[in-house]
Design a protein around this ligand. Sequence first.
Ligand code: ADP
Ligand code: MG
Length: 311
Amino acid sequence: MNPCFGVDEFGLIDIIKKKTASFNNEIYGIGDDCAIIPIDDKKEILVTTDTLIEGVHFFKNSNPYYLGRKSLSVNISDVAAMAAKPKWAFLALTVSDSIDLAYIKEFMDGFKSVMDDFGVLLLGGDTTKGNIFSITITVIGENKRYRSVKRNSAKVNNDIYVTGNIGCSYAGFIAIKDDIKINEQLKMAHINPTARIKEAMLVQAYAASMIDISDGFIQDCLHICNQSGVGFRIDFDKIPFCPDVNFVDRVEMLSGGEDYELIFTADKKYRSILNKIENITMVGSVIEGNGVEILKDNKRIDIANTGYKHF
Ligand code: ADP
Ligand code: MG
């Protein structure tokens, strides 16, 4: 928490939201992975923006190609979290003395490779100079009207699912930070995450609520709980933890963040369909109440740290 503000990151967002509240029932604004702007009764537009700052979100002298890829991927991940299709991007760069033209060119090669992966077009941006290299990206997506999946619509008795593995990005981050010798694939989970658009499209018709994991599995589960007015009961032994990692505790992996996997809930009637989809694991069920319970051998695990907050 920042002592100057007296509130944490999400408290500050709440204050901003209250101060600027508008009363348009059609537009879905602050509080989800993307805003939803209806175009007509057939189409809606999704908008998300995220900033990455040197020293906070990436190490100084990070590989520029993969930094370009990750910057766009994490924004596209927010569009995946709504089960929408990413279409257009805007890129605002604040360059600093710590980087040169060759670095920016390689950054743009990485950025373009993700544009090509997902068929996204860069339509504009801004270029300035400052003390610290920072990147702000806005991505606009598109969906059929009412098809986007929100955080506030989980229902009691829904099953809870997650894509991919949990904790590989955090393990990769620790290995890079502490210079631990591990296989490159683990480091790549942190350096080069993949936005789960493919999985999002496959579950779109079944998911009741969805979010992507940026801050940490537990904290992002909590966002769905708080916004849907429900609780989550998760079976620790069903969580698809990152395999073959012995230098990071599994409980720590639950709050490590930056997995960019999707957490979603769905009615039990879809279980047989969803369990056939590759790269998706059922990990628990939605219960009455609030908060996230993680059960191992029928006992609750104490989780002190739910996930990453900027302050
Ligand atoms: P995510 O981790 O999915 O990118 P965030 O936690 O960054 O989401 O933001 C949560 C919500 O708060 C989003 O809807 C985002 O657009 C909104 N938000 C964050 N910061 C601000 C701000 N300074 N002004 C208005 N809305 C904000
Ligand atoms: Mg998100």
